[in-house]
Write a protein that binds this ligand. Structure first.
Ligand code: SF4
Length: 270
């Protein structure tokens, strides 16, 4: 594997990494200390809003290939303290390799956080018990039919929530802060008051916060981002309902390396 290109803007560095069998995957370096790594070449979940899953799964990355994204970035001079398993792929669907990489990073003294759809739920249960430094459940829809439209492969909401609830019930308030729900707000898709009200209920029932993400529009994908005022209204609505809610940070909303924008074979390898 090698780094093919580094595309950089003021905040993020997007690393295009070429595998030995000539796929190009992507990692993102941000905040001056964090590397977001890919876990699969493509993604079998095929979320309808995400560029990474557009072509489905090509293959899993090996544990070595996941680790190598870190080693390459480090060799390129990037200082890394945190790993985010949040690049291309669903970490739980390449679970054995992700676990191996996780323990490798842990032995190096790095902190690892995960973004996951919670599918499959058996691996989600295992993930919750790892010595991680954060798990964010990508919910995005509060009704099964709506969530399925956005995340075609996934567990029933009720099943994921009950696993999470059981896990959280034993944790202190401080430990619960390691967990959150991500909700990607898409204009006229999942932004009704009724849905936000239900989201508030789930968040309060679990006792964890919501990371309200702004959709990054992607060429070829028909969803629209909310306007700034719609986004702010949704934020205030949740806040008024007593939800601990955060907005997309400035790293996530970039065209370079923003959430949902990572691609396989952006370089069109020969
Ligand atoms: S959002 Fe995550 S799980 Fe969904 S297709 Fe993209 S990479 Fe896969």
């Amino acid at each position: 594997m090698k780094i093919e290109t580094v595309i950089q803007d003021k905040l993020n560095k997007l690393l295009e990494v070429k595998t030995d069998d000539r796929f190009t995957i992507e990692s993102v370096y941000y905040r001056g200390d964090t590397l977001c790594v890919s876990t699969q070449v493509g993604c079998p979940v095929r979320c309808s809003f995400c560029a990474s899953g557009k072509e489905g799964l090509m293959r899993n990355l090996t544990a070595e290939e996941i680790i190598y994204q870190y080693e390459l970035a480090k060799a390129d001079g990037m200082e890394i303290k945190n790993i985010a398993f949040a690049g291309i792929g669903e970490p739980l669907l390449n679970w054995d390799n992700v676990k191996k990489a996780f323990f490798y990073f842990k032995d190096k003294g790095l902190r690892s956080s995960f973004y996951t759809t919670g599918f499959p739920v058996k691996n989600f249960q295992e993930l919750l018990k790892l010595p991680h430094s954060g798990v964010t459940l990508s919910l995005h829809g509060v009704y099964d039919h709506k969530r399925k439209q956005l995340i075609p492969r996934g567990e029933k909401i009720e099943d994921i929530i009950s696993v999470l609830k059981e896990h959280l019930s034993d944790l202190s308030k401080r430990k619960k802060k390691l967990y959150s729900i991500a909700y990607l707000l898409i204009s006229e898709v999942n932004d009704s008051e009724e849905e936000l009200e239900k989201l508030a209920g789930i968040s309060k029932e679990l006792g964890i916060g919501v990371s309200l993400l702004k959709y990054n529009e992607i060429e070829g994908i028909p969803y629209k981002a909310t306007t700034d005022s719609q986004y702010e209204r949704a934020f205030l609505f949740l806040k008024e309902k007593g939800v601990r809610v955060t907005l997309s940070n400035r790293y996530r909303t970039r065209k370079i390396g923003g959430c949902g924008t990572l691609m396989v074979n952006r370089l069109k390898t020969a």
